[in-house]
Design a protein around this ligand. Structure first.
Ligand code: F6R
Length: 586
């Protein structure tokens, strides 16, 4: 994963780079590093832990050029040695991605290696190519040729920003598969993994460009030039920044809590703007596909489970849901007229992108539901539906999940020519306001959780369990309610809390049967439902909406519960250990 940032800017480059890293920290936060030009000298500072540690080490520095990195370790532990930037004699690089052939390249390099990373090899290969290109006299041209040659030797995924000591007034960037955006300003230019990492400027002062695989950017304070892999100068189409509902300064203790509280606004925006994308075209075609397969990972996969429920219910058509990380490796059975629909908040998840590429090769039409308009997935799918949750920075997906559910509901409704339930944002607002931790305090110490539900409530159960595992580090399982008695019930005892989600009247009694079964084994029970089930035990009572869209509401108290569980246990819900927001590695 990792976040990278580079800038050429009068005096404030180091400060800008640290600010950029703070916004990219969701991509990795085990160590961070920076290289910046101070006078004639290039300073490199590294630090284990969060970006705040690096910030403290760097302090106030005057610099016109900087590159920086925040790391999510793939090769080698989070140590200072493994921390980026990585160097060779002349090159200083930061890298996001994985170099799959690093061992092979390492053995052919002429310099010694000091780190366990795959990234260091990029600096060493660049150096070797630079050494071998002495016939090119112009140093800028020689650097560009070294980059081009290096790109041909690398296998895997990379977004790289570099400084060459032979020409330290410029930074260079190149990419394959990992995201890289350039922002062009007046007397200042930037490059980073994410469009939201750049400094805020008055309207239209920055122009944004999304690099394609193989592209190289040459960046100075005055200019940005783009090249293709053969070093032809090229133009890249400007992209627009999505309208933002993210505000930096807020009164919430954590970003996750802030983002949950933004859900009503995110619902409103998604309802309003999703139709501007390929929504109509896709909803018109939906009924005609002979097969629909939904793919996604983690939370997005859970949204896919809801997608299966609502599309089957409204279109009376078989829909399958697959984990993207499995779909990409399984036997592909060709079927005429198939749609593969990917769900991905970031639009950058490596497994989901690979699943789409495979579906395309197999002749399927492809569509994406994503929250990021400039993401890789938007460029490879035939249809793109944009949710408008706004930037989601906390690692745990919350408002983006709700908007994915909404997008699927709207898509199914439109395809089936049904009217949607209108006042969803109000109902969501009510559910958030109604949530009371006071009533749930007794559950904050429990270490064994089972979330159960049937039909679409089983998707919510899986999502509720994932949130708790992810940010509170407690064992929790999400199960279709009927499955417990086929094995898992043996784990249920008086130390367990079973959270039963019951929003569908047709299976209310059936899920209550499962509740009785776990209670008979001594488990504590919490019911989450819009039906008043007083007498069945402790309940979080939800405001009412149309049953088919209740998963959008019932997940809210589960997200809030997980948040408070994590916070009350002294953890940081925004940055759970071992994880990062955008999973761009396989
Ligand atoms: C969990 C979570 C992850 C993501 C998954 C897919 O809270 O955020 O499970 O849902 O990594 O990410 P996207 O949606 O960006 O493809």
């Amino acid at each position: 994963m990792c976040g990278i940032y580079g800038c050429c800017q009068r005096a404030k480059a180091a400060k800008s780079a640290i600010g950029g890293l703070e916004k990219l920290e969701y991509r990795g936060y085990d160590s961070a590093g920076i290289a910046f030009l101070e006078g004639e000298k290039i300073e490199i500072i590294k630090s284990v832990g969060k970006v705040s540690n690096l910030k403290e080490k760097v302090g106030e520095r005057v610099s016109n050029l900087a590159i920086a990195h925040t790391r999510w370790a793939t090769h080698g532990k989070a140590t200072t040695l493994n921390c980026h930037p990585h160097t060779s004699k002349n090159f200083i690089i930061v890298h996001n991605g994985i170099i799959e052939n690093f061992k092979e390249l390492k053995s052919a390099a002429s310099e010694d290696f000091y780190s366990e990373t795959d990234s260091e090899v990029i600096a060493k290969v660049l150096e070797k190519n630079f050494e071998n290109l002495t016939e090119i006299k112009d140093v800028n041209e020689r650097i560009l040729n070294s980059i081009s040659k290096t790109q041909n030797q690398l296998v895997g995924s990379w977004a790289v920003i570099l400084i060459c000591r032979k020409n330290p007034s410029k930074i260079y960037a190149f990419k394959n598969k990992s995201p890289l955006i350039v922002a062009k300003g007046k007397g200042e230019n930037f490059v980073a993994s994410d469009i939201n990492a750049f400094e805020k400027r008055e309207k239209n002062l920055l122009k944004y460009y999304n690099l394609n695989n193989g592209n190289i950017a040459e960046i100075s304070r005055e200019n940005v030039y783009f090249y293709d892999e053969k070093l032809n100068k090229i133009g890249i189409k400007e992209i627009k920044k999505q309208c933002e509902i993210y505000q930096e300064n807020c009164n919430f203790k954590h970003k996750m809590l802030k983002e949950i509280n933004e859900i009503p606004e995110a619902i409103y925006s998604t309802k309003k703007y999703i139709k501007k994308s390929d929504f109509k075209k896709l909803s018109k075609k939906l009924k005609n596909y002979s097969k629909i397969t939904i793919v996604g990972c983690g939370t997005a996969y859970h949204a896919g489970l809801y997608g299966k429920f609502i599309l089957e219910k409204y279109l009376n058509k078989n829909v399958s849901v697959e984990l993207a990380s499995e779909f990409r490796y399984k036997t592909q059975i060709k079927e005429a007229n198939e749609l593969v629909l990917a769900i991905s908040q970031s639009g950058e998840t490596a497994d989901t992108l690979a699943a789409i590429e495979i579906a395309k090769k197999n002749g399927a039409e492809t569509a994406a539901i994503t929250n990021v308009c400039s993401s890789s997935i938007t460029r490879i799918c035939d249809y793109v539906l944009l949710t408008h949750a706004g930037a989601e920075v906390a690692v745990a997906a919350t408002k983006s999940y709700v908007c994915q559910i909404l997008a699927l509901y709207m898509l199914a409704s439109s395809a089936a020519e049904k009217r949607i339930f209108r006042s969803l944002e109000n109902v969501a607002h009510k559910a958030i306001l109604n949530f009371s931790l006071e009533n749930l305090k007794e559950f904050l110490g429990i270490k064994k959780f089972f979330f159960i539900g049937r039909l679409c409530d089983s998707a919510t159960a899986s999502e509720g369990a994932l949130k708790l595992k992810e940010i509170a580090y407690v064992h929790s399982e999400g199960y279709p309610a009927g499955e417990l008695k086929h094995g898992t019930l043996s784990l249920v005892d008086e130390n367990s809390l079973v959270i039963a989600i019951i929003t569908q009247s047709e299976i209310l009694d059936k899920t209550l049967n499962a509740v009785h079964e776990v209670r008979a084994r001594g488990a504590k029970v919490l019911i989450v439902s819009q039906f008043d089930l007083e007498g069945e035990g402790k309940e979080v009572l939800l405001p009412r909406a149309r049953e088919e869209i209740m998963p959008l509401i019932s997940v809210l108290p589960l997200q809030l519960f997980a948040y408070h569980y994590s916070d009350k246990n002294g953890l940081n819900p925004d940055m759970p250990r071992n994880l990062a927001k955008s999973v761009t590695v396989e």
